[in-house]
Every structure is written in C-alpha cells, then in structure tokens.
Design a protein around this ligand. Structure first.
Ligand code: ADP
Ligand code: 5GP
Length: 213
C-alpha cells in the first residue's frame, strides 16, 4: 500500500565533549542494524585503547591537509587544536543503499552539513548540569587537566548553538537518553515526505475485498 523512499536518512549528533554522545550512539548501533556510523579522520593522537580505523582514522596534520586539498571531506573543522573531518567517500554509498547514516561531529561541521544536505536531522545532546559534565570528562580519564579545561570552556560556546538543531535530549540516565534518541530516529522514518508512493487504487481494492469477506 505504501512505498517509502529507498534512500537512507542522515543524522547528525552533537554535544559538548563528555556529555555521552559515544555512549548513546554505541547503544543505538546495537539496536539498529540499519544504522551506519561514519568513522571520521582526525589529526589528534589516539587515546587509551583507540585503534586506527575503529574510533577514527588517525592522520598526521600534513596527511589531513593533503586530504583537504584532495577534496576528500564532506566537512572538516578544527577542535581543541586538532583537525576532524568526515570522509566524503562511502556516505553517499550507504545512503543510496538505503542505510541510515549517523555522524557524531561538533557544531561547525554540523552547520556545514546543514547547508550541504538540508534534509539531515540534527540532534543535540546535553548533560544534566555543567557540574556533571565536568565530572564525566574527568571520570573518563582520557585527557589531562589542560585538555579537559579547554573542552569544558568550549562546551559553553556549543550549548549556545542548541537552537540550530531539530531536537535536544538531556543525557541524565543513559537508558532514558537512548530511548529518546531512538524514538526520534523512528519518528523521522515515518514522516509523510518519506513516502514515495501511496497506492490509492490498491487501497480501494483492499477495502472492497475486506467488505466482501
Ligand atoms: P562524548 O562522546 O560526548 O565525549 P562519552 O560517551 O565518552 O562522551 O562519555 C563521557 C563519560 O561519561 C564516559 O566515561 C561515559 O561512560 C560517561 N557517561 C556517559 N553517559 C553517562 C550518564 N548518563 N551517566 C553517567 N555517566 C555517563
Ligand atoms: P574527541 O577528540 O572527543 O573524539 O572529539 C572532539 C570533538 O570532535 C567531538 O565533539 C566530536 O563529535 C567532534 N568530531 C569527531 N569527528 C568529527 C568530524 O568528522 N567532523 C567534525 N566537524 N567534528 C568531529
């Protein structure tokens, strides 16, 4: 009766460092087999157990700049002194394949995507309080005090931009936040403008058949 568009949906998730974006997205990926997470490139050093090609593709600053020259990024930005960028290749491939694609990127990059691909859905994750954000950043134990302070100060600037997003979710409890983001993803898939064709003739036939039975 209803045929929906085959092209997948692009989602962007942003929020201050340490608010829980990766925690939420990892859980969404387990729930949603049709969701593909784009792996970004960065010039920052791997931290802890991070592996090249898993959390990021780790490039030197020179390699990253060469990739900019080659027009290899859909968007890129500098954050806390390092480059971060979304590889162009494969995003279109996955979308055309009918898979939904998720980008976990900071706000400058998100705004570029908004201009390039306006049909994208933008979700902003907030911590329950700035005190809790600091506790999570420190608790993660992946940055030294100087880097934590840089990211924490940047959080104030980022939170000011929340009005540019379609949805905002407070990550108080992981389970609640994942449920809310998942509900947003599901409702987006049910939007009327995702319907390719509504076969009215068929509906009449179906009604007739149902009445005769
Ligand atoms: P981001 O990807 O936004 O930088 P992470 O997902 O790495 O943030 O989370 C930062 C830290 O906060 C991690 O140690 C994570 O386990 C913890 N965390 C995430 N969500 C919550 C939550 N709702 N309650 C308590 N701790 C959380
Ligand atoms: P982290 O160093 O904590 O992994 O990431 C720092 C920030 O860079 C986070 O806000 C993260 O979402 C963002 N980020 C990661 N990949 C990209 C990307 O490809 N482009 C942009 N613009 N930001 C990114």
């Amino acid at each position: 009766m209803i045929k929906t568009k085959k092209r997948g949906q692009l989602y962007v998730i942003s929020g201050p460092s340490g608010c829980g974006k990766d925690t939420i997205v990892n859980s969404l990926l387990k729930k949603n087999k049709n969701l593909w997470l784009s792996i970004s490139c960065t010039s920052r050093a791997p931290r802890g157990n991070e592996k090249d090609g898993v959390e990021y593709f780790f490039l030197s600053e020179e390699e990253f700049e060469k990739e900019i020259e080659n027009d290899g990024f859909l968007e890129y930005a500098k954050y806390a002194g390092n480059y971060y960028g979304t590889p162009k290749k494969s995003i279109e491939e996955h979308l055309n394949n009918g898979e939904d694609v998720i980008l976990v990127i900071e706000i400058q990059g998100a705004l570029k995507i908004k201009n390039l691909l306006p049909e994208t859905l933008f979700i902003f994750i907030l911590p329950p309080s700035m005190k809790e954000l600091k506790r999570r950043l420190e608790g993660r134990g992946t940055e030294d005090k100087e880097k934590i302070d840089k990211r924490f100060l940047r959080a104030y600037e980022e939170i000011n931009e929340v009005g540019k997003y379609n949805y905002v979710v407070v990550n108080d409890e992981v389970k609640n936040a994942v449920e809310k983001v998942n509900a947003i993803l599901i409702s987006e898939k049910c939007r009327v403008d995702r319907i390719l064709e509504l076969d009215v003739d068929n509906i009449e036939e179906e009604i007739h058949e149902a009445l005769v039975k």
